[in-house]
Ligand binder design. Structure first.
Ligand code: RB5
Length: 180
């Protein structure tokens, strides 16, 4: 990762709060800037609120990359991949993490805190941050799908900006609950 926008946006729900803190620490120690968009504790929250925040920042280009974590990673993946130009990859192994960068130029890494342990999660983050995109034929393939959602959103009348994701106004809600 390099350049002005080379900072990472991170977000999670209650299931992944403690893993998020560990990953933040690891990334900061690597000298990479990371901004935390919550959640800020183990109280039950709704993962879309945090997924939407991070995915919209990557979609708009404000952040080069993001990391999202929930219990399985599935909900966060579903949320993130609805955003134009977001290529979110749910990874539970090193090979997938590396290939998500080399072939898919993944700009959001998604992890399941209830699926993998802390040690593996850190190694996945390390590999994902250090692996460059191969480009070439893989860029041609990405170009074939990258604008799909942006074009759909424009077609449906969501704003008139040229910036993917810029018209999406988002807010976060939190509430105290017993369920997880
Ligand atoms: C929360 O219980 C859980 O549903 C969430 O963390 C995530 O796994 C959803 O996909």
């Amino acid at each position: 990762m390099r350049g002005k926008k080379s900072r990472i946006a991170i977000g999670c729900d209650h299931a992944a709060y403690s893993l998020k803190e560990k990953i933040k620490e690891f990334i900061s120690q690597k000298g990479i800037r990371i901004e935390d968009f919550g959640t800020d504790g183990p109280e039950s929250v709704d993962y879309p609120d945090f997924g939407i925040k991070v995915a919209s920042l990557v979609s708009s280009g404000e952040f080069e990359r993001g990391i999202l974590i929930c219990g399985t990673g599935i909900g966060m993946s579903m949320v993130a991949n609805r955003f134009p130009c977001v290529r979110a990859a749910l990874c539970s192994d090193l090979f997938s993490a590396i290939m998500s960068r080399r072939h898919n130029n993944a700009n959001i890494l998604v992890l399941g805190a209830r699926v993998i342990g802390e040690g593996l999660a850190i190694e996945i983050v390390r590999a994902w941050l250090e692996t460059p995109f191969d480009g070439g034929r893989h860029q041609i393939r990405i170009d074939k799908f990258d604008r799909i959602k942006y074009d759909c959103l424009s077609f449906c009348g969501y704003g008139d900006s040229d910036q993917p994701g810029s018209s999406l106004k988002l807010k976060t809600s939190r509430r105290k609950r017993q369920d997880t």
